[in-house]
Write a protein that binds this ligand. Structure first.
Ligand code: ARG
Length: 275
């Protein structure tokens, strides 16, 4: 019989952006349908619930100023990647989101981060770059380019593991995979090209696997502090699997943001301070 390990939470610093101007006005992923009604007030209530949940868990939440005409800015995770206090600002694939990079550049510079570098190649921050222990798991196929993985490796000085996404519903790595602890992940194998699926099996033989239904509910778009895993309430089977492995699932409702193809993790950029 395998013993369930005791899970320890560590205090985190997160950057969020309120959905003040949230809307679905264009479609850059298969979840977005501009003809469908979006209720911004509901989005704000749900987002505030997420922010409160993170603070109640003992984490520090920083917020950035939302800008009009950038309806996807609530998905703060896409704006940058922070490794030991070094910041790599994103370069968005689609012109509709491109100006968000400048807002992140301003925020990080204003907050005293150094160095803050701008990416030369398309990379969507923590949407596609997830840190697991000393390495960066990096998604490609839809948004971040494989060449941008090499750029990130050079700039951030961490080995980057390239993973190819193959299902357009899971267009960012953080919709298909979540890092739970330095050496434990959960993911949906069906979102990855065969070679990447094989690589994940080799690197994380003990990983939690999600069903297609849980992945479609954005269950993998989760925020873990090592013990608590904040995930969409609809991902019920995944919550049971997490609990069986000693994690504490913390369900949140973000159905309004799901209409834009986002979930809890998309809203949360982790600020990893330098030493
Ligand atoms: N509508 C946004 C886009 O397509 C959603 C981004 C979700 N963010 C994420 N980290 N997966 O870019």
């Amino acid at each position: 019989m395998t013993r369930t390990p005791a899970r320890t939470a560590s205090r985190r610093h997160y950057l969020l952006c309120p959905p003040t101007h949230f809307a679905v006005r264009y479609a850059i992923n298969p979840w977005m349908d501009p003809a469908r009604r979006v209720d911004r007030a509901v989005a704000m209530t749900q987002w505030s619930g997420l922010s409160r949940t993170l603070r109640d868990l003992g984490h520090t939440v920083h917020t950035m100023e939302p800008l009009a005409d950038l309806p996807d800015m609530v998905f703060a995770a896409n704006g940058a990647t922070v490794v030991d206090g070094d910041v790599l600002i994103a370069r968005f694939r689609h012109h509709q989101r491109a100006p968000e990079a400048r807002a992140h550049l301003r925020w990080f510079t204003g907050a005293g981060y150094h160095p803050v570098r701008r990416a030369g190649l398309p990379n969507e921050g923590e949407g596609d770059f997830l840190q697991a222990g000393g390495r960066i798991l990096a998604g490609t196929g839809f948004r971040t380019s494989a060449a941008a993985h090499r750029e990130a490796q050079q700039v951030l000085g961490r080995p980057v593991v390239t993973l190819t996404l193959s299902d357009p519903r899971f267009y960012h790595l953080d919709t298909a995979l979540a890092v739970l602890t330095e050496d434990q992940i959960m993911y949906y194998p069906g979102a990855f090209a065969p070679a990447s699926r094989q690589l994940l099996r080799t690197l994380f033989p003990d990983a939690i696997q999600a069903t297609e239904a849980d992945a479609a509910a954005f269950g993998l778009n989760a925020v873990s502090d090592g013990r608590h895993v904040v995930l969409p309430a609809a991902a019920r089977a995944l919550a049971v699997r997490l609990a069986a492995r000693g994690f504490e699932p913390v369900p949140v409702e973000l159905s309004e943001l799901h209409k834009a193809g986002g979930g809890p993790k998309c809203c949360v950029l982790e600020l990893r301070p330098g030493r």
